[in-house]
Design a protein around this ligand. Structure first.
Ligand SMILES: NC(=O)C1=CN([C@@H]2O[C@H](COP(=O)(O)OP(=O)(O)OC[C@H]3O[C@@H](n4cnc5c(N)ncnc54)[C@H](OP(=O)(O)O)[C@@H]3O)[C@@H](O)[C@H]2O)C=CC1
Ligand SMILES: N[C@@H](CCO)C(=O)O
Length: 261
């Protein structure tokens, strides 16, 4: 939390509401683990912070995947770090005014893409997951990555923002990579693909041909194809990692100080 009354000698005993009250910050930056049961304690804190007309910047997907419309549009909320970390996805959309997004399709989870790439190159699932955890890509509970839930949360955020759907993660059809014993099928690479249009919102493993723009998005990279009524844009870049997540948060903070939103 940022404010003029910072006192790092005080132990708030993990009580973020007490910390908010005592520090009296201008902005709250949330890096808590995702709680998909009810978004607590972050969701409740955002409501208070926004009611107080202060800033929320978050890397935590759960509150937005559970209650997007209750949070975004209710005040100043930066959430670039929730989707593709520091690679502009949310903030890219801010510079695409006047176009109508028809479809989004992407690789949105760094951990599973890292695992699938390693499996494609002959490493075992277990070894690859261990590496992804050591490198700081995986969630505190990596089941959220493997099951496709993390990608589903990111897709929920994108679908609400870019397609203007009114959905929560519970509306997303999700299949993860837990049942895959190979990441290869003939000349195709299996990737965990998140897809949304007006009617379909789903995450599932899909075999991609070499000519697909997402075929060569490997390792911790993420890729996103945004099809609008004007053009199709494809972006790619690191989707996870402490430095990239921190940059996503910092980019929101800088843009806010420049009055972008
Ligand atoms: N790592 C990445 O690549 C990215 C992560 N994110 C998101 O950022 C968030 C943080 O990720 P990451 O840093 O990897 O996660 P970690 O699990 O490494 O860190 C979470 C931190 O939150 C602390 N914490 C947990 N519960 C509480 C609580 N109730 N009150 C105060 N502090 C608490 C933990 O403290 P303690 O260790 O003492 O329990 C820990 O320091 C997650 O929501 C993740 O999805 C987003 C983009 C990329
Ligand atoms: N666990 C997430 C972190 C980035 O949101 C991932 O691997 O993509």
């Amino acid at each position: 939390m940022l404010g003029d009354k910072q006192d790092f000698t005080v132990d708030y005993k993990g009580d973020i509401f007490l910390a908010y009250e005592k520090l009296n910050p201008d902005a709250v930056i949330d890096t808590l683990p995702a709680n998909y049961k009810d978004g607590s304690p972050s969701l409740q804190l955002y409501m208070k912070v926004l009611k107080d007309d202060r800033i929320v910047i978050t890397a935590n997907k759960a509150p937005l995947a559970l209650a997007f419309k209750d949070i975004v549009g209710k005040g100043r909320v930066g959430f670039q770090a929730t989707v593709m970390s520091g690679t502009p996805s949310i903030n890219l959309f801010r510079v695409l005014p006047g176009s109508e997004v028809k479809r989004i399709r992407g690789i949105l989870n760094g951990t599973t893409n890292y695992i699938l790439t390693k499996m494609y190159n002959g490493l075992s699932f277990t070894e690859a997951l261990k590496d992804a955890q050591t490198l700081g890509y995986a969630e505190s509970d990596p089941t959220n990555d493997i099951s496709g839930f993390d990608a589903g949360a990111k897709l929920t955020i994108l679908a609400n923002l870019m397609l203007n759907l009114d959905i929560t993660i519970r509306d997303v059809k999700i299949e993860g990579i837990q049942n895959l014993d190979s990441a290869k099928r003939d000349n195709k690479k299996i990737k965990l693909i998140a897809y949304a249009d007006e009617k379909t919102v789903q995450v599932r493993p899909v075999p991609l041909l070499p000519e697909d723009p997402l075929f060569s998005v490997d390792g911790v990279e993420n890729g996103l194809e945004i099809s609008t009524d004007i053009q199709t844009i494809v972006i790619r870049g690191p989707g996870a990692g402490p430095k990239n997540a921190a940059y996503g948060l910092l980019s929101d903070l800088i843009l806010m100080t420049r009055g972008w939103y």
